[in-house]
Design a protein around this ligand. Structure first.
Ligand SMILES: *Cc1c(COP(=O)(O)O)cnc(C)c1O
Length: 420
């Protein structure tokens, strides 16, 4: 009797004869392609899809086998909808190539990607070190779910660098990083943290949503497991929820096994939209970078602004680390205003015509939110000395955006003057 528990992927069958013939006429793909070219080609095999440029949306649960023998041996590239389809395989393959990973799993949201990544390397009795600047829902998962299942979390100062060594305990199995913090923008020295952590035998995870693998190649810099909220720059349209987790050789098997246990698969339409976003991601990111940097410099010169938290600005405390490790910056940054009343801030924000107020980011449109980390930080104090605002700079005309903000600052000052 055949082993019915055998995994599907180990039984490979070839594409149909017609596809093989078409592919045999193609020149081989050149090696050492640049990133732009890889973004266009990765994960596509048009002649496995009758020549169509994009891998289509495969909807399916059941996968049929031609004979009993094939079924008992799970002979076939695909075995069941939750285990993968040509659509999910396209995005996984492309992301693996882009991230320089051993493999990738997809998830229905960025937060789902964070949780499956954490669960792949933690068990009851383990200790987790978590950056104090982490995305807030990740923090809730640690303080709620992980605690309930017997994992203890200690928060650390994001700027700790190699000093993380002092916090490692015999049962510390994972160190989670996020650089920069997606509201407060502390820069983390990832290679230094990775070096110390791996010497200890623990796994290094990173939420790499801000930079994407295009601006920070996570595994090359020592990260074992990298998380991306595809909801942000992979989508680029504020119309998609998707997560991706890439891992190196050391961690991929455990990640894939954990993923399979949950069958945490995104729907095929969403994966297709992720693939569509991938092809233009570099182009969009470059534009977000240019626009955000210009806006950050403009804000830095405003008398109403105390500080701009943008890693690519020379004035930023984490700038040297950013310059050493990152290939660019994205469209998200924060500012600290000089002290003003809540009413003055509301007058500024409520009247903005072009900046939307809402969570998430990475789409084509500009956003702003006020935020305050003071109530939940435990390892560091958040005392910026004024209201904090986070901006995402979209693809609108910059002069239009500046006029909108300029009028906002006008309302802020006017409200302050009236109260005085
Ligand atoms: C948005 C975000 C997530 C979560 O992504 P969702 O798809 O919204 O669940 C995780 N990490 C960071 C840094 C994010 O900005």
């Amino acid at each position: 009797m055949a082993d019915l528990t055998a995994g599907a992927a180990q039984f490979q069958i070839s594409p149909p004869q017609q596809a093989l013939e078409a592919m045999s006429k193609l020149p081989p793909k050149p090696k050492n392609l640049s990133e732009r070219t890889r973004l266009v080609h990765a994960g596509r095999e048009p002649f496995e899809q009758h020549g169509f440029v994009n891998t289509p949306i495969y909807r399916g649960s059941t996968v049929l086998y031609p004979t009993t023998d094939d079924l008992l041996h799970r002979r076939g590239r695909y075995s069941y909808g939750t285990k993968g389809t040509p659509t999910t395989n396209s995005l996984e393959t492309a992301w693996t190539e882009l991230a320089g990973a051993a493999g990738t799993v997809l998830a229905p949201s960025g937060l789902a990607a964070v949780t499956v990544a954490l669960l792949s390397c933690l068990k009851a009795g383990d200790h987790l070190l978590m950056t104090d600047s982490v995305y807030l829902p990740t923090r809730h998962f640690c303080n709620g779910m992980l605690k309930k299942f017997g994992v203890e979390t200690t928060y650390y100062d994001p700027q700790i660098g190699p000093g993380i060594e002092a916090l490692l305990r015999p049962n510390t199995t994972a160190v989670f990083t996020e650089a920069p913090g997606s509201q407060s923008f502390e820069m983390q020295d990832i290679p230094a943290i990775a070096e110390v952590t791996q010497r200890h035998g623990a796994v290094v995870l990173m939420d790499n949503t801000w930079a994407t693998p295009l601006l920070f190649p996570p595994h090359e810099r020592g990260v074992d497991i990298a998380i991306e909220a595809g909801t942000k720059y992979l989508s680029g349209g504020s119309d998609l929820l998707l997560g991706l987790v890439s891992a190196n050789e050391r961690c991929f098997k455990a990640l894939r096994d954990t993923y399979d246990s949950f069958a945490m698969c995104p729907g095929p339409e969403d994966v297709f939209l992720g693939l569509r976003g991938l092809r233009t991601m570099a182009l969009r990111l470059r534009e977000h970078e240019k626009q955000a940097l210009d806006m950050a410099r403009w804000l830095e010169a405003r008398p109403e602004v105390a500080r701009v938290l943008h890693p690519a600005l020379e004035s930023y405390p984490g700038h040297e680390i950013w310059k050493r490790d990152f290939k660019g910056s994205s469209g998200l940054f924060s500012i600290i205003l000089k002290p003003c009343s809540d009413r003055a801030l509301a007058a500024m924000l409520d009247g903005l015509a072009l900046f939307g107020m809402g969570y998430s980011w990475g789409g084509f449109e500009s956003l702003v939110i006020p935020f305050n980390c003071a109530s939940y930080r435990t390892a560091t104090r958040w005392e910026p000395g004024g209201h904090a605002l986070r901006f995402h700079i979209g693809l609108e005309d910059l002069e239009d955006l500046k006029r909108d903000l300029d009028a906002g600052f006008g309302r802020l000052l006017e409200t302050e003057a009236r109260a005085a």
